[in-house]
Design a protein around this ligand. Structure first.
Ligand SMILES: NC(=O)c1ccc[n+]([C@@H]2O[C@H](COP(=O)([O-])OP(=O)(O)OC[C@H]3O[C@@H](n4cnc5c(N)ncnc54)[C@H](O)[C@@H]3O)[C@@H](O)[C@H]2O)c1
Ligand SMILES: N[C@H](CO)Cc1c[nH]c[nH+]1
Ligand SMILES: [Zn+2]
Length: 432
């Protein structure tokens, strides 16, 4: 099932090739997304309606659901389902609430006082995937930190269902988050709508959320040509499992399939010190795949995946750091020793009893995470993603005297006389 490589036989180029994913070599995705963005920029709501017909096979009149419609849909789910969403909401809230820490004010020199203050981003746009699977959990992952940050306007977009609505789970999450509207648009067009604004959809300052390759490409294009920023590239899901002889093959197969079932372009990689474990995982994959409703999707993703056999676990971790997975699972009795060596990963799952899906739903950590190697430089979504941190400084007379000559010298060595004057003019007044 999983194509298997021996690590020692891989060249540096092989490793580079194995760590590349979701490239768009012929610009096919980019070309489609460019057209969609242009259509929305020019034709607003009309374009959103046409694109809903084309890509979601739905003819829409109103492009949003209001509070009363959300309320009615939320009432259609069972109490048990409501309770599960509430527990997820609470755990995500508890974890994210710790992230807004007050920093110290510091005097860098006597009388030179510096500090930072946190301000929420005013208008944020949340994209909730709804193509191959509708993900209410993503609404909690984005909405909870947006609420904790204090964002004033939260715009939510998600692809419409065939009945022109959203499901009751999305509606219940909207209620938990006290969001009173949802816009019925998906894909690249939703990103363009939130970036440029349409008659119905408000323009926002920053766009958040995961999505397929069309959504991810739209976010990166929008960021490069408007003043609207994005959280990060959060594309097709991926997992890398590091496992040694102590690992359980059935658990590994289950974890690999949990990400594989997201989409055919997902990737599930196993790096193990044991070739017999890799064989056992392959057998378990076959058995478990047969039981899955989304077997066809998961099977394609597994075909797009691989296993690597290494001589030791340190080499396995070095490969993982190069790959920079969205999710890293370490199935080893020795996991504590390895934590320090994790350099690049979106979120990490430690030991034999920590399935990745707990982080997808309810442990409390955020599941909106960088993919395609971007975990080398980006963090997952957190409260920080929804705020700006503005620096402040204030000088007393003593402060100006202390720092003045340093700034004058530095301004002079850069040849910027006006910079120097701004200090000198004040120093002169102090002396007179
Ligand atoms: N990285 C993360 O944090 C994270 C989190 C959750 C989900 N995900 C990923 O998000 C993705 C969700 O993808 P999805 O497709 O299910 O939902 P989606 O909502 O991202 O995309 C669906 C939309 O894509 C558009 N679309 C579909 N085919 C198109 C085409 N040929 N041309 C142009 N537009 C087209 C349609 O408008 C449709 O509404 C999955 O790959 C999943 O793995 C990632
Ligand atoms: N695994 C996804 C992030 O890549 C998140 C998710 C939502 N629902 C289930 N899974
Ligand atoms: Zn998942």
């Amino acid at each position: 099932m999983l194509k298997t490589y021996q690590y020692e036989q891989l060249s540096a180029q092989d490793i580079d090739r194995l760590t590349l994913r979701n490239t768009d070599p012929n610009n096919a995705i980019q070309d489609t997304v460019e057209q969609i963005i242009a259509q929305v920029e020019q034709n607003g709501d009309d374009a959103l309606r046409q694109l809903a017909l084309k890509y979601d096979q739905i003819s829409l009149d109103a492009l949003y659901l209001d509070e009363a419609e959300i309320e009615a849909l939320a009432a259609t789910i069972s109490r048990q389902q409501q309770r599960a969403l509430e527990i997820a909401f609470q755990n995500i809230h508890k974890f994210h609430a710790t992230q807004l820490k007050k920093e110290r004010t510091i005097e860098t020199m006597p009388g030179v006082t510096c500090w930072r203050e946190v301000r929420p981003i005013e208008k944020v746009g949340l994209y909730i995937p709804g193509g191959s699977a509708v993900l209410p959990s993503t609404l909690l992952m984005l909405g909870v930190p947006a609420r904790i940050a204090g964002c004033k306007e939260i715009v939510v977009c998600s692809p419409p269902q065939k009945d022109g609505k959203v499901n009751g789970f999305i509606a219940y999450c909207l209620k938990l988050l006290q969001i009173k509207k949802i816009y019925l648009t998906g894909g690249a067009q939703a990103v363009a709508a939130m970036a440029y604004g349409t008659e119905s959809v408000p323009r926002v300052d920053k766009i958040f959320g995961p999505g397929n390759q069309f959504v991810t490409k739209a976010k990166s294009l929008i960021q490069s040509r408007t003043q609207v920023s994005i959280d990060m590239p959060a594309g097709p899901s991926e997992v890398l499992v590091i496992a040694d002889e102590s690992a359980n093959a059935d658990y590994i197969a289950a974890d690999l399939l949990a990400q594989a079932e997201h989409g055919a372009d997902s990737q599930a990689v196993l790096v193990s010190t044991s070739s017999s474990l890799i064989e056992a995982v392959n057998q378990a994959l076959l058995l478990q795949l047969g039981e899955l409703p989304r077997a066809a999707i998961a099977q394609k993703a597994i075909e797009n995946s691989y296993a690597i056999c290494t001589t030791d676990i340190t080499t396995a971790l070095a490969f993982s750091n190069k790959y920079a997975p969205e999710h890293l699972i370490i199935q080893s009795d020795d996991w504590k020793r390895l934590v320090y060596g994790v350099q690049n990963a979106g979120s990490v799952f430690l030991g034999h009893l920590t399935p990745e899906s707990v982080g997808d739903y309810a442990s409390g950590t955020n599941h909106t995470l960088p993919t395609s190697g971007y975990a080398r430089s980006y963090s997952g979504v957190s409260v920080d993603s929804f705020v700006k941190k503005i620096t402040f400084q204030q000088l007393s007379q003593d402060g100006l005297r202390q720092i003045g000559s340093t700034v004058e010298i530095l301004a002079e060595l850069e040849g910027l006389q006006a910079h120097k004057n701004a200090v000198s003019i004040r120093l002169k007044d102090l002396e007179s």
